[in-house]
Design a protein around this ligand. Structure first.
Ligand code: SF4
Length: 304
């Protein structure tokens, strides 16, 4: 078997930055609180936990005072900063600059269209930390759409607002093809229902670090017999990218740890591509690579 690591996989810039800041802080201090999991990757979180990182919830943050809390790359709504101030907490704010920019754009756009009774739509996963941070920029008034069905539901219940301004944004890690389809559907439904679509502005806010991975990953999935997609099961970006590989190559398997690899997935002559999400560190891909290339694994495949 020949195995290859996808050179374009590994942490995105925002996650590298957050993990580096946590590592740097924990070199000099014995513990650090992280509001939510710093990265959707159990193995990496375990590594940081062993250095003193403690993942906390909002309720637990509410019970802290005079402590240091890390804000992860996904960002937070304004209410989190207000709580930190009230509790006298020191923040290490690792909100990704791309997310910060998006938050600002949503805030200013919402202020503009609110006066005209407009609507701000966000294509994203309900309850996802980044989405909560984005919705927070609109005092909770943005509408989150997870898919085209949600869009249709919103259209049915919003007849009286369809001629007012509509601004659409996407969570940074969504699938660009799905976002484009949602935008097209919105325009065509507005034309059908109101006779015009000039009132809608669709903003391209999918992170380039994510969208540029799509064509590269499709090519990579096509070039290998089996794809091992390494990702935390919680990672929304992981599920999107893994599905992308699966559509091209049905022999794609999502794994979080190398112990999950089943020798029955392989034939001795297979080429194996190893890739991952924006929250998968390179070292984890290398670990899977070493295991696949070991004679122990080779024997398991040959004599399965
Ligand atoms: S995917 Fe893009 S926006 Fe999101 S954390 Fe990574 S670099 Fe930042």
């Amino acid at each position: 078997m020949i195995a290859t690591i996808d050179e374009n996989s590994g942490y995105c810039y925002g996650v590298v930055r957050a993990v580096e800041q946590a590592d740097n802080y924990l070199e000099k201090h014995t513990s650090l609180y992280s509001l939510g999991s710093i990265v959707h990757n159990g193995t990496e979180v375990e590594r940081l936990n062993s250095k003193g990182l403690k993942v906390i919830s909002y309720d637990e943050m509410n019970n802290l005072s005079d402590a240091t809390v890390l804000i992860r790359a996904h960002g937070e709504p304004p209410s989190t900063y207000q709580l930190a101030q009230k509790k006298n907490l020191h923040l290490i704010d690792c909100t990704c600059p791309v997310v910060l920019q998006l938050q600002k754009k949503i805030r200013t756009t919402f202020a503009e269209i609110q006066a005209q009774n407009g609507t701000l739509l966000i294509f994203g996963k309900i309850g996802h930390a980044e989405v909560n941070g984005l919705v927070g920029q609109t005092n909770g008034q943005a509408i989150v759409l997870e898919n085209i069905n949600d869009l249709h539901q919103w259209l049915i219940h919003s007849h009286e607002r369809l001629c007012n301004p509509i601004a659409v944004f996407s969570q940074t890690t969504k699938d660009p093809i799905e976002y484009e389809a949602l935008g097209k559907e919105l325009r065509s439904e507005l034309l059908r229902l109101t006779g015009q679509d000039q009132q809608v502005a669709i903003h391209n806010t999918i992170c380039r670090q994510v969208s540029s991975r799509h064509p590269n990953l499709q090519k990579f999935a096509r070039e290998h017999d089996v794809i091992l997609f390494v990702s935390g099961k919680e990672s929304s970006n992981g599920h999107i990218l893994c599905e992308l590989c699966k559509r091209i190559n049905p022999r794609t398997y999502m794994i979080e740890k190398m112990q999950e690899i089943d020798p029955k997935w392989f034939q001795p002559e297979d080429t194996v591509g190893i890739c991952g999400a924006t929250s998968t560190p390179k070292w984890q891909l290398e670990q899977v690579f070493s295991y696949i290339c070991s004679s122990e694994f080779d024997n398991l495949v040959k004599f399965k």
